[in-house]
Design a protein around this ligand. Structure first.
Ligand SMILES: Nc1ncnc2c1ncn2[C@@H]1O[C@H](COP(=O)(O)OP(=O)(O)O)[C@@H](O)[C@H]1O
Ligand SMILES: [Mg+2]
Length: 249
């Protein structure tokens, strides 16, 4: 079982769009996938037309495997299940902070359902907190959408520093360029510069800025379910293949 976290310390960069489309593309490709919506705003649950789960006793949620598995919902797509956002995830990092010496709880809860899934995708909220650190440990790969602008480059730098300072493995990070507009020289220059600075860290695949991705909110469905042959649909297929091929272990 692979755990792929979609994370950035910045909001609005395409984490949810990536989680939703990557999870869907993986399921299309024959993997059994569980998408966990860890962001209390519940955007990925929304895209899959799944209601947030009712408030559970947050302190016990990740300890109690039965509750965890009971909250899982089927999506409209074969092989793809969703763990809907739970408002109590808002307190999840506080809960983790209280249990400092038991940081692997999330991992335990995930591996308890592991037999049912080939890949678990985590749509993360955008902060470096106890939840994020837990996610960094639980994940085999951390997919990081980076919009090729000066500010995003800086934010990515901070994430890499955080990894270095906390003894986390940099190589777990799989950044890729998101919302790319190749007609903007700022975008192409930033991509070139960052690829040179972080040699081999960035994935080759990029996701273009696309109205088809924006339309996910209206369609409430992953891009490839209505625009598989369009550039964004193709780009997500390429991204999923690269993520799998790049040795998620
Ligand atoms: N490749 C893209 N092209 C155009 N719009 C995008 C793209 N990816 C995401 N968006 C839009 O940008 C906004 C933020 O994306 P989202 O995935 O919710 O970011 P995050 O989860 O990082 O906050 C959403 O309105 C989404 O529709
Ligand atoms: Mg999001």
């Amino acid at each position: 079982m692979e755990v792929i976290a979609c994370y950035s310390n910045k909001g609005g960069v395409g984490k949810t769009a990536t989680s939703v489309n990557l999870a869907h593309a993986l399921a299309e490709g024959g993997k059994r996938v569980l998408l966990c919506d860890l962001d209390p705003q519940g955007a990925s649950s929304f895209y899959f037309r799944v209601k947030p789960s009712k408030k559970l006793d947050e302190a016990r949620f990740f300890e109690d495997v039965a509750r965890f598995t009971k909250a899982i919902r089927a999506s409209d797509f074969e092989r793809l299940d969703i763990l809907p956002a739970n408002m109590s995830f808002r307190d999840f990092d506080v809960f983790l902070a209280r249990m400092r010496n038991k940081r692997s709880r999330l991992k335990k809860a995930l591996s308890a359902v592991g037999n049912d899934y080939d890949v678990i995708v985590l749509d993360c909220p955008p902060n470096i907190s106890a939840l994020s650190e837990n996610v960094f440990k639980a994940a085999n790969r951390i997919i990081v959408p980076v919009i090729p602008t000066t500010l995003s480059a800086r934010t990515f730098e901070q994430l890499v520093e955080f990894f270095d300072e906390h003894g986390l493995r940099r190589r777990k990070l799989a950044p890729f360029f998101s919302m790319v507009e190749t007609r903007k020289s700022l975008h192409t220059d930033t991509m070139k510069e960052m690829r040179a600075r972080y040699r081999k860290l960035f994935l080759e695949s990029t996701i273009p800025f696309s109205a088809d991705v924006e339309r996910m909110g209206l369609k409430r469905a992953p891009v490839r379910s209505y625009a598989a042959k369009k550039p964004a649909g193709r780009a997500y297929a390429a991204l999923y293949k690269e993520v799998l091929g790049s040795g998620v272990k």
